[in-house]
Design a binder for this molecule. Structure first.
Ligand code: 9YT
Length: 137
């Protein structure tokens, strides 16, 4: 069993700061459970281009408001508490929030820890075998 508290993550290397969001990473590849799990505040007044070409992400909004615009086909959904999405086709999208919002995100394959978006909003796929992939007892 793994037990973690947000206060243990904030301010550590598992709290990755991007220009438009923070990503507090509760579970990473080294935890060996097959996905990573993030608590992600999206900063107010931001727009983020995202293209998870190498990952599938599931996202659940727990507070705040914003919108997601799929680039092709162009379609926009309002986001608020209780709104969930997953990008099954690795769709490029824009995430916007005027007032800020807080998202719970799951990635498969799991992030290794320090990934940051490249200029296209992509996280690299890191496939080295250095870390354990065993599920902890
Ligand atoms: C909702 C979303 O995709 N935000 C971008 C950051 C990402 N979820 C992360 O790394 O936590």
């Amino acid at each position: 069993m793994i037990v973690r508290q947000l206060e243990e993550i904030v301010g550590t290397e598992s709290d990755v700061q991007a220009p438009t969001f923070a990503s507090r990473r509760f579970l990473l590849r080294r935890d060996g459970v097959g996905f990573s799990f993030h608590d992600t505040p999206i900063h107010a007044g931001t727009e983020t281009l995202i293209w998870y070409a190498n990952h599938v992400e599931a996202v659940y909004c727990i507070s705040g408001e914003g919108e997601i615009e799929l680039i092709d086909p162009g379609k926009t959904h309002k986001i608020g508490p209780g709104f969930f999405y997953t990008l099954t086709g690795h769709e490029r999208h824009l995430l916007r929030s005027e007032k800020g919002m807080r998202m719970i995100c799951v990635f498969n394959p799991p992030l290794t820890g320090q990934e940051v978006h490249d200029k296209d909003g992509v996280y690299p796929l890191i496939e080295d075998e250095e870390e354990s992939s065993e599920v902890p007892a």
